[in-house]
Design a protein around this ligand. Structure first.
Ligand SMILES: [Zn+2]
Length: 184
């Protein structure tokens, strides 16, 4: 593997409190490690060996911040077309279409439904018209997913991380991607 490829490989960053918070590349991880802002987190034997003329650095696949990360200010976004379509991945929540998208109130406003994250979904024009002033049950149009407010990005990352990482690592298992490279 050539140096530039290794530097772009990903390293998972944990907060000081051992919560997975994001993925960064090896290049950024090196900066955090040599400035003392992060340390190796020895979850597995996976690591990247990076050589420069003056040193050899082992960059582990998991690092932990040694400084308290200031939580970025994040608010639940407003319930509007842009944010709802983004949450629903630009997909009609009734039929899966990606075309002619509108917003639908699951419980119609005329029936007391609120303009809130758990009552507004993306619907294509056809489904919106077909559903009309009815609830999904009345219209026999079940929702693909239960609508809810978008998650804090850190929480979303952690959820995705725990779903995708096979922990605990196999005992005595071999490294998935040990690599050696030279940088100059
Ligand atoms: Zn539809």
């Amino acid at each position: 593997m050539i140096a530039s490829q290794v530097l772009e490989q990903s390293v998972v960053v944990f907060s000081k409190n051992y919560l997975p918070i994001s993925k960064i590349n090896v290049r950024r991880a090196i900066q955090l490690l040599i400035t003392g802002k992060a340390e190796a987190l020895d979850l597995t034997q996976e690591s990247w060996l990076v050589r420069s003329p003056s040193m050899v650095l082992v960059v582990p696949a998991y690092i932990r911040l040694t400084v308290t990360s200031v939580e970025r200010i994040w608010k639940v976004p407003p319930v509007n077309r842009r944010e709802v379509l983004r949450r629903d991945n630009y997909t009609c929540q009734y039929c899966g279409s990606h075309k002619h998208l509108t917003l639908d109130h699951v419980i119609p406003v005329s029936r007391g439904g609120l303009h809130t994250w758990d009552n507004v979904v993306t619907a294509c024009e056809r489904c919106n018209q077909r559903k009309s002033d009815r609830t999904p049950i009345e219209a026999s149009m079940p929702l693909h997913t239960k609508p809810k407010a978008p998650m804090h990005p850190t929480v979303a990352f952690a959820e995705q991380f725990w779903r995708s990482e096979p922990f605990p690592p196999e005992i005595g298992g071999t490294s998935k991607h040990n690599a050696e490279t030279n940088i100059s």
